[in-house]
Design a protein around this ligand. Structure first.
Ligand code: ATP
Length: 307
């Protein structure tokens, strides 16, 4: 007799971009990237419960705007289920419960994390045995950041970010993360990049300085090497992000930077204690939500339910 499948919970982390070099748009409209991703300890959990049909339910931390997330086929976790089913030539039923802690449209790739977690959860629930290569290929079709959400750790991303390889990272890095209450559209930030930099090179700036800094394990070196080519367009669209960065640095952050396309701002700190102190200072001076996370953490992985 077949054993009754039980629910499977998979955890996937938010990403920040330590280096985001952006080139001029390609013929297919995507921007070529050289990026260094780091997975940080701010995670969504996706639980796949046995069910006949595929559906998505959202539960969110109080700083997550759950109303902004579709629960129909527009949800990336749902799309992941459809693409994985197509790959295996069958429909995959499951009730996917997404417990979100990653802010929505925050430049932290929360939707990509959910897609990656859903792929792994559905693979395990239905005992599909999908190879890592196939999972990465399906992930790349779901979105540029989804392969990294499977891989985790610290990785170099090329192509449009979907070609990922792990890189040497000897440090434990402490981040204070300040999400905005209102998200920022990734396509709008890229469009503004194109307006600001019409002569951008087709080859994105390389990540050598950042990779070298990672190998030192020294926060001060990493702080100097952080780079985000989307920061200027993001700040142009949201000037308060520039003021927030200046404020965090005046409160002692080694460096503040917009994460990906924003609007989340992340501040690099010396240590866990330093991060807690900075978080306290930012909360006292009016930031409604301030989170502390360290990196690098693991990619999408199965966890016992309710851990
Ligand atoms: P990226 O940096 O990869 O563009 P982001 O962190 O800025 O990502 P997401 O939180 O991934 O943004 O969400 C972008 C949009 O995707 C949201 O506005 C939402 O409507 C849609 N979306 C679809 N599925 C999800 C999901 N599971 N979680 C969050 N948003 C989702």
């Amino acid at each position: 007799m077949m054993p009754t499948p039980t629910a499977v919970t998979v955890r996937a982390a938010a990403k920040i971009n330590l280096h985001l070099g952006v080139g001029a748009p390609r013929d297919d409209g995507f921007h070529p990237l050289t990026t260094v991703y780091q997975a940080v300890g701010l995670c969504d959990d996706v639980t796949a419960h046995p069910a006949d049909d595929l559906s998505v339910d959202i539960a969110g931390a109080d700083w997550v705007d759950a109303d902004a997330i579709p629960t129909d086929s527009g949800n990336l976790a749902h799309r992941a289920g459809v693409l994985l089913g197509d790959h295996h030539g069958r429909e995959l039923g499951a009730r996917l419960v997404v417990e979100k802690s990653i802010p929505v449209a925050g430049g932290l790739a929360g939707g990509s994390a959910d897609a990656a977690a859903a792929l792994v959860a559905l693979d395990r629930l239905h005992d599909l045995g999908t190879s890592d290569t196939d999972l990465l290929r399906i992930a790349a079709r779901l979105g540029s950041d989804v392969p990294f959400a499977l891989l985790g750790g610290t990785a170099l991303g090329t192509g449009r970010g979907e070609v990922v390889e792990p890189v040497a990272d000897v440090g434990t890095w402490w981040w204070v993360m300040v999400p905005s209450l209102e998200g920022l559209s990734t396509p709008a930030v890229y469009r503004h990049f194109d307006q600001l930099f019409p002569d951008a090179s087709p080859t994105p700036p390389d990540a050598e300085a950042l990779l070298g800094a990672l190998r030192t394990g020294q926060p001060v070196s990493l702080a100097r090497a952080l780079r985000n080519d989307l920061q200027e367009p993001a700040i142009d669209l949201r000037p308060e992000l520039g003021r927030l960065i200046e404020h965090g640095e005046s409160e002692g952050a080694l460096r503040g930077i917009v994460s990906g396309s924003g609007p989340t701002v992340v501040f690099l700190c010396e240590s866990a204690d330093h991060a807690r102190d900075l978080a306290g200072a930012l909360m006292r001076t009016g930031s409604p939500v301030v989170l502390v996370a360290n990196g690098a953490v693991a990619g999408s992985h199965v966890v016992p339910a309710h851990v």
